[in-house]
Design a protein around this ligand. Sequence first.
Ligand code: FAD
Length: 300
Amino acid sequence: MRISDLLRFARERGEPIFSFEFFPPKTDDGVRQLFETVEALRPLGPAYVSVTYGAGGSTRQRTLELVKRLKRETEVEAMAHVTCVGASREELAGVLDELADAGIQNVLALRGDPPRGQTSFEPHPEGFRYASELVAFIRSRPERWRFCVGAAAYPEGHVETRDLAADLAHLKIKVEAGADFLVTQLFFENAHYVRFVDRARAAGITVPIVPGIMPFTNVDQTERFTAMCGAAIPPPLRAAMEVRRTDPDSARDLGVAYATLQCAELLRRGAPGIHFYTLNRSTSTRAIVAALRASEPWRG
Ligand code: FAD
């Protein structure tokens, strides 16, 4: 089913959707564990799962295989991430054809990050510079690619465009090219999301904007991620993380509790759902979604 329809039906019922993001494991054992993770999360009623596309397009085949298997073997809808990194239009057309042939209905269209060792994004000479061009490309063959198309959004601005107004103008181009919904970069301060949605609506962006939340489990890793994607860690959270730097259990407990509070507030304020960056683990996400389903903050 198309994610835009899942979002619409959920809105009509007055309920949010929950989705879970995974990355393609490198080994068969990792894939087995991933399917166990999906099984563990399935009772929580995810609307869909998504599979990332490794930096530099490095996981292309593994992403495609995994998303097809998830769609085939679990009863959960699946979305494939696709990036423009290192790919010509023809190669991207091949990826989209393969997804369409496998019955995948949802694609997250991304530019992608520069491959390791490169400081700025260099488009393939026969490829695309911006995600909006990939979105437009998908829309250029409606008879062949009938995908529901998602795209990325950045409540604190994208690292390469810290001017929030300019970044929002670029986002508008991407949505007008044909994106059906947006998923945000992770953030730890809900005010960023709330202000961003207000600014997006004022700019005429009307598609659903689903917040992306990462229940952190490891302090060093969280610092690495936030340094890369430019998400701020509020000082009280940073202090709480600092004292748990060498205590993984305590760091994970804090990550669960913090993300639960964050999600509850977002849903109370009308967010259409939550997209969880699961890091391929189920424990934290399971606890958070179970608590949210038990307390239904979206009702009050
Ligand atoms: P774009 O929308 O093209 O934006 C990139 C930059 O270009 C921004 O600074 C933007 O302001 C600027 N820009 C856009 N259009 C214009 C224009 N017309 N003129 C001038 N500047 C412009 N990365 C992966 O490699 N694999 C994944 O699977 C993956 N999944 C992700 C999932 C989510 C939900 C999110 C939020 C991010 C994900 N990323 C992934 C990271 C993403 O690829 C990076 O953030 C990347 O740097 C930007 O991708 P984008 O699609 O947002 O690019």
